[in-house]
Design a binder for this molecule. Structure first.
Ligand SMILES: Cc1ncc(COP(=O)(O)O)c(C=O)c1O
Length: 374
């Protein structure tokens, strides 16, 4: 992205909200549980480096990402905290991780074999992933566990520093499958403790699990969506076990204002036809910014009031039906607050029939993120 910002559309990222949310969960956790800030996917679209720094300042002591590239971006920004990569990194790339002190996830015996054959100039730290029911990646049985641990014994320059699993339904009203996963984890842990004597860190909980069961989170929680001030699901939001502040807002400005007469139309396909005289405002955001066409009809805020998006959303521009004439340059809030009105990310997610996680991620990096703190 260019250094200077010329466009009239931007996302404000409230870093104080990130700190607030980390502090809220820390207050709920017992002393022995720490916070791993999940900053993958550019911190869920909030800006990886800035969020990582703020989360660490607020008391997180480890970071997590999905890709080696994302970890390297943090290291290049001189962030020295421990970083865990959740995704599978190809064995051939492990020397880079070792050199940069980036912890990797593994779950395959053959992966360890391949890494053993490489010359590592630095120690490689590893966390082992157990699939207790998520069905994504991880070892699943006690036999697999024993085989993979056998592979690890006595290997120079590789150290097993952690084990973890991930819950599929910790955010749902029915927690029976969550209990199944918990039991499977405990059974595997029992086997592990009989064959591995060195200490490892254990982590199992995402935002939902850690908000609902803070007492049972072992050494770390993996704090993602709630760190951004969003509740993992409706039920967790309703339970209100934690107070969260959203960090992401999306703003633009009117770049054109006009009155159209009854019978005139707006945008491609002429899908919106004025039934009487209407004031139409144009804002410079469109589907190339992740403000996708399915958002036609949603409200935005102008002058503290809700006004609808009308006509098809274009690649770079969107039109609003306004309740009157407003000057060019008037602020338009697509996500966030104006006076007493608020458009929450959850409202956008509901309109798109998806989850709130997807919304800040889908706003492309063509929209500059402006990081603010007191
Ligand atoms: C392995 C793992 N742990 C933790 C998280 C964070 O989850 P959440 O954002 O629900 O807190 C994720 C995110 O998808 C994940 O993949």
């Amino acid at each position: 992205m260019a250094d200077a910002i010329y466009r009239d559309t931007w996302a404000d990222i409230n870093l104080d909200a990130i700190a607030y949310n980390v502090e809220q969960i820390k207050q709920k956790l017992p002393q022995h549980s720490n916070v791993m800030a999940v900053v993958k996917a550019d911190a869920y679209g909030h800006g990886g480096v800035e969020v990582a720094r703020k989360a660490l300042e607020a008391g997180a002591s480890m970071l997590a990402v999905a890709l080696l590239e994302e970890a390297l971006l943090l290291r290049n920004a001189n962030i020295k905290a421990p970083i865990l990569v959740f995704g599978r990194v190809s064995p051939k790339d492990t020397p880079i991780a070792a050199e940069q002190d980036i912890t990797l996830t593994f779950f395959q015996k053959d992966w360890i074999r391949e890494v053993k054959d490489l010359t590592l100039t630095h120690p490689l730290k590893l966390h082992m992933k157990w699939d207790t029911g998520m069905g994504r990646v991880g070892i699943r049985t006690a036999d697999e566990l024993k085989e993979i641990v056998d592979e690890l014994y006595g290997v120079q320059r590789i150290s097993l520093t952690g084990i973890y699993t991930h819950f599929a339904t910790a955010d749902e009203p029915d927690l029976s499958y969550f209990e199944v996963q918990k039991t499977r984890f405990e059974q595997l842990l029992h086997v592990f403790n009989t064959i591995w004597k060195e200490s490892v860190i254990i982590h199992v909980g995402n935002s939902a699990a850690s908000i609902r069961f803070p007492e049972n989170m072992y050494h770390y929680i993996r704090f993602g969506i709630a760190m951004y001030g969003l509740y993992p699901s409706e039920i967790v939001k309703r339970e209100r076990e934690i107070d969260l502040k959203p960090a992401f807002s999306l703003n633009s400005q009117l770049i054109h204002v006009k009155k159209i007469a009854s019978g005139e139309s707006v945008s491609y396909g002429a899908t919106h036809v004025a039934s009487k005289d209407e004031w139409i405002g144009t804002i410079p955001i469109g589907y190339a910014d992740g403000w996708i066409r399915k958002l036609q009809g949603i409200d935005v805020l102008i002058d503290g009031k809700r006004m609808p998006v009308v006509g098809r959303i274009c690649m770079d521009q969107t039109m609003i039906k306004m309740d009157g004439e407003y000057p060019i340059g008037t602020k338009v809030t697509l996500i966030g607050k104006q006076e007493n009105e608020e458009i929450e990310i959850d409202e956008i997610a509901a309109h798109l029939e998806t989850i709130n996680y997807e919304i800040p991620c889908m706003i492309t990096n063509r929209v500059p993120r402006l990081h603010k703190e007191k």
